[in-house]
Design a protein around this ligand. Structure first.
Ligand SMILES: Nc1nc2c(ncn2[C@@H]2O[C@H](COP(=O)(O)OP(=O)(O)OP(=O)(O)O)[C@@H](O)[C@H]2O)c(=O)[nH]1
Ligand SMILES: [Mg+2]
Ligand SMILES: [Zn+2]
Length: 288
C-alpha cells in the first residue's frame, strides 16, 4: 500500500508531470491508463511509488481550464488559472488573429485577460504595435507595455493574488518575463530569427512558479495557432464581449450576423459601437 497525497501539478511534459507536495517535495508522476488528462495548475491526488516518483490517481475538479483544439484533439494549456496574460511584442511581429483567439478562449473559459506588449525598448516598433492594440483596450481589456529586459515592476501588481498563465507566439518574451520575476531562475530564452520574423520555440513545456503563497505564474510554450474547434458559434459570439448587449436582439434566432435583415450586431457596427475588424475576426473564426 502506498500513501495517497494531494499536490499541485507544476510541470506538464506530454505524459509526464511534476507534482509538488505541500512540504515542497517534487514528485515525477505519470498518469494511469491511456488518458494524459492532467495539466499544469491541476490539483492532483497521487500515489507515491518510490521516494521521488508517483502516479496521478485523480484530478480534483477544476476552477477553470484553458485549452485549444484542432479537428482531432484538445490541447490543454493550463488549469485553475484566474488570468490569461497574452504576451505580444512588435518584433517578431504578432498575429492579431491570435490575439482575438486567445481572448475568445479566455472569455469562453471565464478567465480574465490581460494584454502585455513586451520589448518596449524597441520604441518606434512598439508605438506602431500599440496602434493595433488600442482598440482592445477600448473593449475593456487592460493593456500594459513592458520591457522584460529592464523593468517589470508595472506587471507585479497585476499578478498579486492571481494564478496567471503567459501565452503567446514564440519569441515574444514569456520566459524572459519569468526570468525577470525570478532572478534565481535562468530559463532558456533564445534569439529570434530575423529572416523568418519568428521565435524558435524555446520553451517546450508548461511550468508553474510561485511568486508568493497566493500568486503563481505559468510559462507555456509558444503558440503557432490557437484552434477553437471546441467552441460552437453561439459560444464564440458571446466571447466577443462587445457583441453581448446585442445578442438575442437580432430578428432571426439563428442570425449569423452577416447580412440578415434586422441584425442587431450589424446595426451596432453601422452605429460605430462594434469595430468592423472585430466583426471580421468573428466571421473568420466561425468559418474556420
Ligand atoms: N529587446 C528586447 N528583447 C527582449 C525582451 N524580452 C525578451 N526579449 C528577447 O526576445 C527573445 C525571445 O525571448 P523568450 O523569452 O525566449 O521568448 P518566449 O516567448 O519565451 O519564446 P518561446 O519559449 O519560444 O515561446 C530573446 O532573444 C529575448 O532576449 C525585451 O524586453 N526587449
Ligand atoms: Mg519561452
Ligand atoms: Zn445578427
Amino acid at each position: 500500500m502506498s500513501a495517497s497525497l494531494e499536490g499541485q501539478v507544476i510541470a506538464a511534459y506530454g505524459r509526464q508531470f511534476t507534482v509538488e507536495l505541500p512540504d515542497g517535495r517534487q514528485i515525477a508522476c505519470v498518469t494511469r491508463g491511456k488518458k494524459s488528462g492532467a495539466a499544469c495548475g491541476d490539483r492532483a491526488r497521487i500515489a507515491i511509488t518510490s521516494p521521488d516518483q508517483g502516479v496521478i490517481e485523480a484530478i480534483q475538479p477544476r476552477q477553470s481550464l484553458l485549452y485549444r483544439s484542432d479537428a482531432f484533439r484538445e490541447k490543454i494549456i493550463a488549469a485553475n488559472v484566474t488570468q490569461v496574460i497574452i504576451v505580444l511584442a512588435a518584433v517578431p511581429s504578432f498575429y492579431e488573429d491570435l490575439v482575438n483567439r486567445c481572448l475568445v478562449a479566455a472569455e469562453a473559459a471565464r478567465i480574465k485577460a490581460l494584454i502585455v506588449l513586451n520589448k518596449a525598448d524597441l520604441v518606434a516598433e512598439t508605438a506602431r504595435a500599440m496602434e493595433t492594440l488600442l482598440p482592445y483596450r477600448d473593449l475593456g481589456y487592460p493593456l500594459l507595455t513592458l520591457c522584460a529586459h529592464r523593468d517589470i515592476a508595472s506587471l507585479r501588481p497585476r499578478l498579486a493574488g492571481e494564478t496567471s498563465v503567459l501565452v503567446g507566439q514564440s519569441g515574444m518574451g514569456k520566459s524572459s518575463i519569468i526570468n525577470a520575476l525570478f532572478p534565481a531562475i535562468h530559463l532558456e530564452t533564445r534569439e529570434i530569427s530575423k529572416t523568418l520574423d519568428s521565435g524558435k520555440h524555446t520553451t517546450t513545456f508548461a511550468r508553474l512558479y510561485h511568486l508568493d503563497p497566493d500568486s503563481h505564474i505559468i510559462d507555456s510554450p509558444g503558440l503557432q495557432e490557437f484552434g477553437l474547434h471546441h467552441l460552437k458559434p453561439d459560444e464564440i459570439d458571446h466571447a466577443f464581449i462587445e457583441f453581448r448587449p446585442y445578442l438575442g436582439q437580432c430578428k432571426f434566432n439563428d442570425c449569423h450576423h452577416r447580412s440578415e435583415p434586422g441584425c442587431a450586431v450589424l446595426a451596432a457596427v453601422e452605429a460605430g459601437r462594434i469595430q468592423r475588424r472585430r466583426l471580421a475576426a468573428f466571421h473568420k473564426l466561425v468559418r474556420a
